[in-house]
Write a protein of this length. Structure first.
Length: 385
């Protein structure tokens, strides 16, 4: 089996793709998997660590009408480059992961006649996926409410019914493990006391870091035995680390952690952004959350991801322009001092979990391929001799 994954622009798109790729590799040993991505810093390195092949495709965002000529020129180059690579590789299928990095390879695949499956991680579909949906053979999403945002008549050749399915979004391996794994504690924290996990996404968040540091003295006084796992991102690490050392609070501070699954299970509450993968992980683990959506995300999709969790009681939302030490302190202390409320939020989030998402996605990919093969046979049989 030969599979191309097309995506890029954010780490979240690639993260879901890697999870799906791992399931394909496990199910089909010897599968040839290639990622098409953008020249955005870190993408090639991120895929390179996984041992999968990476090909850079020229692409850019249309941010204003002034950039329209450049956008058209770069897009034409990107489509041609994608077509050349697709013809050489001869993939069985292309998986569009969303984001502007996926659009050009998917267009090229449609022109050549390669089956297309789109992955939609957010509650509100991205513009690229909405446009590409008319060419897709199947669309796989995480949220039930997302299905209605794709117009069935525009999906797939001939507007096939049932082309949009809710499979869940595959999450990183190691997020959901046997609960006994929590005995592994690489963070040096005490077994007693409340634990707060703070993180700002793959790039970190200076806004979250700053307000959290301003909140710690009051939180330390209000919550006996409070300890914190704080993943700062690359920028701001030294400042945050020095602040914790001076505040004298039991903490683990790092730019990132490869043991995020254990961090989730050790924590009683998480403060974080609301990217699609983060929301899927929160649901899988069942951890209560205070969500601070990134305000500059396209179509404000992080807010709507957060809203989907908050509307049923699994999380609380603070908009970034409302993020103040007093507000954060009030919400954190109210939750960590109320076990009943925390347990209710855990149950709600676990109820949203979509286990075996990677297996379901690959099942749908296989079904799409089988349907295409059957259709080709029928067309061939129907031709006059």
């Amino acid at each position: 089996m030969k599979v191309i994954f097309a995506g890029g622009g954010t780490g979240g798109h690639l993260m879901a793709g890697l999870s799906i790729a791992q399931e394909i590799s496990s199910r089909f040993p010897g599968a040839h998997i290639i990622f098409f991505g953008t020249n955005k810093k870190g993408e090639s390195g991120y895929i390179g660590k996984s041992s999968y092949e990476f090909k850079q495709i020229e692409a850019c965002k249309l941010t204003s009408f002034i950039r329209l000529p450049l956008f058209i020129f770069v897009s034409l180059i990107g489509i041609i480059h994608s077509m050349i690579n697709i013809v050489r590789i001869k993939p069985d299928i292309i998986i569009g992961l969303g984001g502007y990095g996926s659009a050009l390879p998917v267009v090229a695949a449609y022109v050549i006649g390669v089956p297309i499956v789109l992955i939609e991680q957010n509650v509100i579909p991205g513009r690229a996926n909405l446009i590409m949906s008319r060419w897709a053979d199947a669309i796989l999403c995480h949220w039930e409410s997302t299905k209605n945002r794709f117009k069935p008549a525009r999906i797939g050749t001939g507007g096939k019914a049932g082309s949009v399915s809710v499979t869940g979004i595959p999450i990183r391996s190691g997020i959901v493990e046997n609960e006994t794994e929590v005995v592994k504690n690489p963070f040096g924290l005490a077994s007693q006391g409340k634990t707060l996990l703070v993180m700002g996404g793959s790039q970190g968040s200076q806004a979250i870091n700053k307000v959290l540091l301003q909140s710690i003295p009051k939180l330390k006084a209000l919550i006996p035995g409070l300890q914190i796992i704080h993943l700062t991102g690359k920028e701001g690490y030294k400042e945050v680390k020095d602040a914790y050392d001076n505040l004298g609070i039991n903490s683990f501070v790092s730019e990132f952690s490869s043991e995020i699954g254990i961090a989730y299970r050790l924590a009683d509450l998480v403060i974080c952004r609301a990217g699609a993968n983060t929301i899927a992980e929160i649901s899988a683990v069942g951890i209560p959350a205070i969500l601070i959506p990134y305000p500059y995300a396209t179509d404000n999709h992080q807010y709507w991801n957060a809203y989907e969790l908050a509307r049923i009681g699994g999380a609380l939302i603070i908009k970034q322009d409302e993020l103040k030490p007093e507000r954060l302190t009030e919400l954190v202390s109210d939750l960590l001092l109320n076990d009943e409320k925390l347990n209710n939020m855990k149950k709600i989030n676990r109820g949203l979990s979509r286990p075996f998402a990677a297996e379901k996605v690959v099942d749908k990919i296989c079904q799409t391929l089988e349907a295409k093969k059957t259709k080709k046979k029928l067309v061939s049989f129907a031709r006059p001799a």
